[in-house]
Structures are given as C-alpha cells and as structure tokens.
Design a protein around this ligand. Structure first.
Ligand code: DGL
Length: 269
C-alpha cells in the first residue's frame, strides 16, 4: 500500500479526460494534475522544446514525491517517452498513444480516421503503430494544424459556433469515405466528443485512450504493490498560466467544485 499521489501531466486541460478515467477506476488515489498551459499548444512546438518542458514537469513531480506519473498527452508521449524514462528511472512513467490497435480490432469498413495534433500526425512513431497494428486498414490522418482546436478548447469556446464551424470544415471531407471509426489521438478531443459525434452521426464509433490508460495505471500500481488504501482522496491542480481559467475548465469538464488550484512557475518562464 502506498498513499503517495499519482502525477498526471498535460500541456493543458486535455489530460482532464484521463484524470476523469483514473479517478473513476481508482477512487482512493490522491491525484496531482499539472497543466503546462503557459506553453500550450504543444502540438506546434519542436521535439526539443516539448522534451524540456516535460523534464521540468517531471522534476516538479519528483519533488512532490509522486509514486507514478501519467503523461496524459499523446504529443509529449510520442516525442520522448523513452527519453523521460531514461532521465527519471526511479518513477514509473505511463504515456498515452492513439488507440490504433483497438481501432483495428473494431472497424468493420476497414477505414479509420485518426485525429491528433500536428506533432503527433507528423511523428514517425504513428506509422510504426499503424504498420504494427493496422494491417489491411486504411488510416486517414487529420492534424490540428496550428493547434486551432486545442486553443479553442483551452479557451472554453466549446458551445460557440466557431468550434462547430471549424469541425465542420475539418471533418466534412471525411464524411463520404466509409469511415466507421474515429481515433481521438489527442487528449483534448474527448472534451469535444459530442460535437465530433454530431458531425459523423451515431453509426461512427469514437475511441479515446482514457480508459486504457486508467487500466494500465491500475495494473502497474497493483504489480508494484503501490495501490492506495481506502481513503478520501486529495486532488490538487497546478497550472503554469491562469488559476481561474483552469478552475473553470475543472468545473465544466470534470465537475469538481472548489478544486484546489495552484500556480506553478517553470524555471525557464
Ligand atoms: N493534449 C495533448 C495531446 O494529447 C496536446 C495538445 C497540445 O498541446 O497541442 O496530444
């Protein structure tokens, strides 16, 4: 048994979609959520810029003595998960990648759309996953160029016409391609799942990684004997940007009122 917290990291509020799944599956765990919103979106940044930020976040988690870190960001995971593990060998680090294998097992039409950040779409690692798990399937890739969607989600513009228009513009070309499965390869996108579903209609299944990451987290903690004992958990949130903005997103997306939200400043900011 171990009551130290689990650290959950993302460039912004996308990782809240993963936080939610972990909270549901592991209700006794203390969770520390860290959003690097001052540097969001990551999807338009270089590999070395992203790696540097993630290392700072990992140092922060190390000081908090977390027992495990979840990099709840496909972009940060795909640019350097092995590198982070090499730099922080003492703490287990779990990453998030698009669920290509699951999609491959579920698609009937053998046509799948992957929606991710510019960085993830361009990352050769995505093709490694496709070649390994996606034999015989046509994968369409759509990148969030210039981080437009992520920026709108971060700004809480979800119910406004602007995001609907952007999604219509981006997704309409894929509507007559016989696609039956959409992979949300960015943790921000489950936060706009309903809007995406509305465009594709109910016959298209939309998959994200949150549940799988939560189950993986549970397995790792179990195997290492690190699960928390039955207790009322503590949730703390940190942002490198604006506390009120993060607080609003926490209320809107994961319905935690009176969350403990704190400011965190990177050494480089
Ligand atoms: N939420 C992140 C992901 O899963 C990245 C969004 C961004 O900062 O561009 O890729």
């Amino acid at each position: 048994m171990n009551n130290q917290a689990i650290g959950i990291f993302d460039s912004g509020i996308g990782g809240l979609s993963v936080f939610q799944e972990i909270k549901k599956l592991l209700p006794f765990e203390n969770l520390i959520y860290f959003a690097d919103q001052a540097f969001c979106p990551y999807g338009t940044k270089s590999q070395s810029q992203i790696r540097k930020r993630v290392l700072s976040a990992l140092s922060f988690f190390e000081k908090q003595k977390v027992k495990l870190v979840v990099i709840a960001c496909n972009t940060a995971t795909t640019v350097g998960i092995d590198y982070y593990r090499e730099k922080f060998p003492k703490v287990p680090i779990i990453g998030v990648v698009p669920v290509i294998k699951t999609a491959g097992g579920k698609t009937v039409t053998k046509k799948v759309l992957i929606l991710a950040t510019q960085s993830t779409i361009e990352n050769p690692y995505l093709n490694v996953l496709i070649n390994k798990f996606g034999k015989g399937i046509k994968f369409f890739k759509l990148g969030d160029w210039e981080g437009q969607l992520v920026k709108m989600i971060e700004n809480g513009e979800l119910k406004q016409k602007k995001i609907e228009k952007e999604l219509d513009f981006l997704l309409t070309p894929f509507l007559n391609q016989n696609i039956d499965t959409v992979v949300l390869g960015c943790t921000h996108f489950p936060l706009i799942r309903n809007q995406i579903q509305d465009i594709f209609g109910a016959r298209v299944q939309i998959l994200d990684s949150g549940g799988a990451v939560a189950r993986h987290t549970q397995r790792v903690l179990e195997n290492k004997g690190l699960l928390a004992e039955n207790q009322k958990p503590d949730y703390t949130f940190y942002t490198t940007a604006n506390i009120e903005r993060l607080n609003r997103s926490i209320q809107n997306f994961i319905y935690i009122l009176n969350a403990k939200v704190k400011k965190m400043t990177f050494p480089t900011d």
